[in-house]
Design a protein around this ligand. Sequence first.
Ligand SMILES: NC(=O)N[C@@H](CC(=O)O)C(=O)O
Ligand SMILES: [Zn+2]
Ligand SMILES: [Zn+2]
Length: 342
Amino acid sequence: MTTITLTRPDDWHIHLRDGDALADTVRDAGRYMGRAIVMPNLVPPVTNTEQALGYYQRIKSHSTTAFEPLMVLYLTDKTSAEEIRAAKATGKIVAAKLYPAGATTNSDSGVTDVKNIYGALQAMQEEGMLLLVHGEVTDSAIDIFDRERIFIENILSKVVADFPELKIVLEHITTKDAVDFVMAASDKVAATITAHHLLYNRNHMLAGGIRPHFYCLPILKRNTHQQALIQAATSGNPKFFLGTDSAPHAKDKKEAACGCAGSYTAHAAIELYAEAFEAAGALDKLEAFASFHGPDFYGLPRNGDKITLVKRSWQVPESYPLGGAGVVPIRAGEQIHWQLQD
Ligand SMILES: NC(=O)N[C@@H](CC(=O)O)C(=O)O
Ligand SMILES: [Zn+2]
Ligand SMILES: [Zn+2]
């Protein structure tokens, strides 16, 4: 039987949600992720230190493993330098997140003009707090498939130039343009890549019928972009690391005339990455991508223990209860070819 053993991975971008769903999302992530960068786009969003610490406690109260949530502040037009310094001083909040207002799920309170957060960014640069970015423009005149590229050209390139010492993660990248930008930038700029953007392209979502569970933002792009992401993830370049963007939405909110953006992958995150790396003939590169590059970039220690995956197919359920709501995961009703050895 084929097995691979790797240092315990971390997830550098996940949505755990809150309330009834939290016990289930924490269980799924905590099965093997040592730590996770927990997205702050709750309703209402996690915009201050007090909210972030309260959310941290709720996550911890559901955790039965050593799983450690790394908290993130949601930047708004009003986020002050003082709020950044107070957050950083807790030791629990390691980053702040830029959602362009209206770009994605629960981003309405996000930033309307990046100039509005320049005071906060200055404080983050001084304090060593990372900036995480949902990198899409929101201009309705811009084609949805071009929104990441244009964000990089018009907004991110300026932020990178204006804050050369600020560590920035361009999250859930989906284009060759993003890969090229990150590779050309300084060692302060990195990117996360999801399993679903490595495994799928827009044909999987749109050819032969519309499949709403593949609808996430930034949207799946054409095959050539998928190939660039696979190349980046499996290259061994430390600028690229694991961030699932696992983002549960209730089945009826996805299978709707106007469906929500987000795909659930936390039920099988490392297993799906293993498939993608194996298909690229690069299983030997999985450990560094999943377990080394993220902590190294964040300036945190690598996890000290290991997990083992077995090459064994198993059937994914049609849905998971997840707080009772019913969530259809990626690969629902189909096989996954790697399994965690318990
Ligand atoms: N990726 C998504 O499509 N959705 C995420 C938000 C995000 O990460 O952009 C969500 O919160 O559902
Ligand atoms: Zn996002
Ligand atoms: Zn996300």
